[in-house]
Design a protein around this ligand. Structure first.
Ligand code: 2DT
Ligand code: MG
Length: 212
């Protein structure tokens, strides 16, 4: 409704290592919510369709080299360029399911050795998710799944560092789900907790900013 009297959509973020099943779960969640008659959209970061996103895509596919701080800020800028649309959609009552967000930004850059607090700074003021779902999988297990796609970062040794950084960043508010279960079982657990949040937001849970 966007009238300021509640009934907003929920901001739901899925995080996890490469091959943890985020993208499949995001798609399943979208059709589940739509099936219940909720307005919902699936977004992902990086959003490679914008001009900043194209620079990120070239970097990830090894077509360009960038300083670690520079690429970190581009990932953040890629979220900032979507922030106002994100807020508009939420206030109109649309739930946004997001495949990776600021958490990926912090953990992938700090896994390279950048200072943890420095990595968090450009994210300050972006919208805070209502729920972070972490698909928990051992890096070794993820690597056994249908192979990495060959992009920068998709290597076991690096993913082990990313996994440790996720553990440092996560807090009690995250929903940690064992991603080694079947897709159906993982999906069932995600649906329940997401629906709770969607209802809480409909009832007027306020929006807030990072880092809460
Ligand atoms: P996908 O495999 O999900 O397309 O991600 N990444 C992502 C960062 O380093 N910083 C960020 O802020 C985000 C959102 C994670 C491509 C890679 O980009 C990394 C994997
Ligand atoms: Mg990937």
């Amino acid at each position: 409704r966007g009238d300021g009297y509640g009934s907003r959509g929920a901001l739901i973020v899925l995080e996890g290592l490469d091959r943890s099943g985020k993208s499949s779960q995001c798609r399943m969640l979208l059709s589940y919510l739509e099936g219940l008659g909720h307005s919902a959209e699936l977004w992902r970061f990086p959003d490679r369709s914008t001009s900043v996103g194209k620079m990120i895509n070239e970097y990830l596919s090894d077509k360009s080299q960038l300083d670690d701080h520079t690429i970190h800020l581009l990932f953040s800028a890629n979220r900032w360029e979507k922030r106002s649309l994100m807020e508009t959609k939420l206030k109109m009552g649309t739930t946004l399911i997001i495949d990776r967000y600021s958490y990926s930004g912090v953990v992938f850059s700090s896994a390279k050795g950048l200072d943890f607090e420095w990595c968090k700074t450009p994210e300050i003021g972006l919208l805070a998710p209502d729920l972070v779902v972490y698909l928990d999988i051992l890096p070794e297990k993820a690597a056994e799944r249908a192979g990495y796609g060959g992009e920068r970062y998709e290597q076991l040794e690096f993913q082990k560092k990313v996994s440790q950084c996720y553990k440092l960043l996560s807090d009690f508010s995250w929903e940690i789900i064992d991603a080694c279960q079947s897709m159906e079982d993982v999906g069932k657990q995600i649906k329940e907790i997401v629906l709770d949040q969607v209802m809480a937001c409909k009832k007027g849970k306020p929006l807030s900013n990072l880092w809460p």
